[in-house]
Design a protein around this ligand. Structure first.
Ligand SMILES: [Fe+2]
Ligand SMILES: [Fe+2]
Length: 204
């Protein structure tokens, strides 16, 4: 085990063994990956990402927020009204506030991690943006996360500025929706949780 692995484990030591967090092992996120494994994976990748690129940030908030970002504690395949993608960040935050003492930065990470699906909840800190981005890349919720990934891809590919995002025209909305739906539809026809590069490059 590397020094980095040990430091990562120390940041999550209490939470990763907490019986309430272990409940996330009871729920499948996608294929055979549990929510616990998904959250641990996102947390680990976030930590490695900031270390690799020497990004100065609150590492504890980053890792704790990443680990709790999907702490919604239900089986989203059978629960509720098929709007899990929109609602689960609220549920995860509510559960986390009930069970743990988490500061505002961690709360923000959980609350905004589904941006841009939750369009008005823009990540408000460096840590929140990193978790939002890494969660998309890990992308284990399938169509929902690929909807987000398609939207982000359109934003980057077409060079949307902050000002343009704040005042989207009808054509802009159509463009974003077209990419989002294309990503979602493609991933539903695949065994994998992501679209391939050639598919993305073919979109115009
Ligand atoms: Fe999520
Ligand atoms: Fe997630």
């Amino acid at each position: 085990m590397t020094k980095e692995d040990i430091e990562f484990q120390q940041l999550l030591r209490d939470l990763s063994e907490d019986p309430r967090c272990l409940k996330m092992k009871n729920y499948i996120q996608h294929s055979d990956i549990t929510t616990f494994d998904h959250c641990m994976d996102v947390a680990r990748r976030c930590f490695r990402f900031v270390r690799r690129f020497h990004i100065h940030c609150d590492e504890e908030a980053l890792v704790v927020g990443a680990f709790l970002h999907d702490y919604y504690l239900y089986d989203w395949h059978t629960y509720g009204d098929h709007l899990h993608g929109y609602h689960h960040a609220d549920r995860a935050l509510k559960n986390a506030l009930r069970d743990f003492e988490i500061d505002e930065k961690v709360q923000g990470i959980i609350r905004t991690h589904m941006w841009p699906l939750n369009l008005t909840r823009v990540p408000g800190s460096r840590e929140a943006f990193i978790v939002c981005m890494i969660d998309k890349i890990v992308s284990t919720i399938g169509a929902g996360d690929n909807f987000n990934a398609g939207t982000l891809y359109a934003i980057v590919r077409h060079g949307f500025t902050k000002a343009r995002l704040a005042a989207l025209s009808e054509d802009d909305w159509h463009l974003l929706a077209r990419y989002a739906m294309a990503f979602s539809a493609d991933v539903c026809g695949s065994l994998f949780n992501y679209v391939d590069r050639e598919f993305a490059e073919r979109l115009d």
